[in-house]
Design a binder for this molecule. Structure first.
Ligand SMILES: NC(=O)c1ccc[n+]([C@@H]2O[C@H](COP(=O)([O-])OP(=O)(O)OC[C@H]3O[C@@H](n4cnc5c(N)ncnc54)[C@H](OP(=O)(O)O)[C@@H]3O)[C@@H](O)[C@H]2O)c1
Length: 318
């Protein structure tokens, strides 16, 4: 088989810009190097970083294909790979924050950036999990060490990260306070949230007190206000102040509380932990909308509105 002559469809951008810069193209299919896996992508998850990179580049310079979250089937493995073989169903967030080219028919990934897809979930559901789920997992489990009885405040709790964070915190036995608009409260109670705060009409600082952990997915004045609801030894984990860590540290010092910023990383142990929760019936992603790969621009338009509950996913037809 002459792999170099094989092509695939991908959504590529030549320039920075709006959703219209995402264009379908035929490109060379990647070839897995040593320790890498070639994944036939069945579904690709959409995240805010995708449209941030599309518009601003951030870590990348065009031309490139955005997208990190994938769920699919192993098509081939490179030299030295022991964990997978052709035909295995896998999911993950390879290479982040370097380019992965997830909005495509195939991606290559270091084998340890992938885990087995949760058997209980479809490819569309599994593709909704990696980036948002790993962010929640690395914040609550790895960084904050959430344990039974901890009081956890999750902001934007119906969003991509938030709705998985609520479920992970509940699976660990935490008491969860969730901020979201009223139409999302029923969903949140279904995921186990103990208290729902309507961020549009209520001040969460009047409701949330003595929190052990706050997951800040919003930023701005949520930082000071969240620091103010922490117990003296509580921890604020911000996923939005990543490139303003010193500013957050100064606010935390002024409040006499601890705060850290977190940027999600590829993580097979986290993926396996998330898959175990999904297969155990303790975690299920909400898929808000599904678009064909070629309509990635429409998916971005919807997501950029900022009020999606759950996740948006692209499907790759064959
Ligand atoms: N550092 C990292 O590694 C990392 C990883 C993932 C995400 N992020 C960042 O984290 C943020 C959230 O990501 P995401 O994927 O969860 O986004 P998302 O799914 O697009 O978030 C949408 C949700 O935000 C809610 N929301 C908007 N403003 C709110 C507010 N003031 N208070 C409470 N809820 C509010 C909306 O709720 P309503 O519909 O009820 O208004 C909606 O459900 C983004 O800025 C993203 O870039 C960082």
């Amino acid at each position: 088989m002459d792999r170099m002559s094989e092509h695939m469809r991908a959504m590529r951008q030549q320039v920075l810009g709006g959703p219209e810069v995402l264009l379908p193209v035929e490109v060379e299919r990647p070839v897995p190097g040593p320790t890498e896996v070639l994944v036939e992508v069945h579904a690709a998850g959409v995240n805010p970083v995708d449209w941030t990179v599309r518009r601003h580049g951030l870590f990348l310079t065009p031309p490139y294909t955005v997208g990190w979250d994938v769920s699919g089937v192993v098509a081939a493995v490179g030299a030295g790979v022991t964990r997978f073989q052709a035909g295995d169903e896998v999911y993950g967030m390879p290479h982040f924050p370097r380019a992965a080219g997830g909005y495509a028919e195939y991606v290559t990934a270091p084998s340890r950036h992938l885990a087995r897809k949760p058997a209980a979930l479809s490819h569309v559901e599994a593709a909704a999990l990696p980036l948002a789920g790993l962010t929640a997992w690395q914040a609550l489990v790895d960084t904050a060490g959430v344990r039974t009885g901890d009081r956890v405040l999750v902001h934007a709790a119906a969003g991509g990260v938030g709705h998985l964070a609520v479920q992970i915190a509940k699976a660990r036995g935490a008491y969860v306070v969730a901020t979201a608009s009223v139409p999302r409260h029923e969903l949140l109670r279904g995921w186990g949230a103990d208290v729902c705060v309507d961020y549009r009409t209520e001040d969460f600082t009047a409701v949330a007190r003595d929190m052990d952990v706050v997951l800040d997915t919003v930023g701005g004045d949520y930082e000071e206000r969240s620091l103010g609801v922490l117990r003296p030894d509580g921890l604020l984990v911000s996923i939005v102040a990543v490139f303003a860590a010193q500013r957050l540290a100064a606010k935390a010092q002024a409040a006499g509380r601890r705060a850290v910023t977190l940027l999600v990383e590829p993580d097979q142990a986290g993926l396996a932990g998330i898959a175990a929760l999904a297969d155990g019936g303790q975690l299920k992603p909400l898929v808000a909308a599904v678009f064909p790969l070629e309509e990635a621009g429409r998916a971005h338009e919807l997501g950029e509105g900022g009020h999606t509950a759950g996740k948006i996913v692209l499907t790759v037809a064959r």
